[in-house]
Design a protein around this ligand. Structure first.
Ligand SMILES: CC(C)(COP(=O)(O)OP(=O)(O)OC[C@H]1O[C@@H](n2cnc3c(N)ncnc32)[C@H](O)[C@@H]1OP(=O)(O)O)[C@@H](O)C(=O)NCCC(=O)NCCS
Length: 176
């Protein structure tokens, strides 16, 4: 089982013990069928699903189950639950590899009540490490609608650069 963790914080706020309450700690582990109810809860808000291809609204438990089953059975997908405080707060995936399987697209979402805490940024940084170091991927890219400024910031925060501007969206990429 993949288990990855990350910490986000502000150096100036570090306590003498090297820990701080303002730090966000996240973990990544493979998404599994028993996560279906938690995933449905995360994807229940229209503001979350409207940015995601193939996510219906309202998002039902059966939608979450079939999504997870497809992820588990798709050899071209590495799908992770994002955990914060042990609770599933989002998901992040590497998918759609090129023929050489060296380049993957990344996708992610976080529950609305957890937006703005740095969770997606930390999850993206961790999946980049995992992809480059363990999965031997050499390029990761993400496509963002032009009105999705938060997602563009997440990619920039995690060291992705603007590769291409299309009519309604932009492609960001990061090379190993
Ligand atoms: C995009 C999404 C994953 C971000 O998750 P998150 O955990 O809130 O992201 P973070 O807290 O790590 O970072 C959010 C960044 O966006 C910025 N941001 C948030 N809303 C913004 C807005 N309306 N305009 C500009 N920037 C915005 C924040 O300030 C932050 O940037 P900063 O760290 O430079 O201050 C979340 O909004 C989401 O799930 N959206 C719906 C699904 C989606 O769009 N997925 C991506 C598809 S490409």
């Amino acid at each position: 089982m993949w288990l990855w963790s990350a910490r986000r914080g502000f150096d100036s706020l570090l306590s003498p013990f090297g820990e701080d309450e303002k730090m966000i700690k996240i973990e990544l582990r493979r998404l599994k069928l028993s996560d279906a109810e938690a995933l449905r809860e995360v994807a229940k808000d229209k503001e979350v699903t409207e940015k995601l291809e193939g996510f219906p609204y309202p998002y039902k438990l059966s939608d979450a189950k079939s999504y997870i089953e497809e992820s588990e059975n798709n050899p071209n997908k590495y799908e992770f639950a994002i955990l914060s405080g042990g609770k599933l707060v989002g998901a992040i995936v590497l998918e759609n590899p090129d023929e050489s399987k060296k380049s993957y697209e990344v996708g992610y979402f976080v529950s609305k009540d957890n937006w703005g805490k740095g969770i997606a940024t930390e999850a993206l940084k961790e999946i980049v490490k995992l992809g480059f170091n363990k999965l031997k991927i050499e390029r990761i890219w993400g496509g963002v609608d032009n009105d999705n400024k938060a997602s563009a910031r997440v990619l920039e925060n995690a060291g992705f650069g603007l590769e291409k501007e299309l009519k309604d969206s932009s492609i960001y990429g990061r090379i190993k």
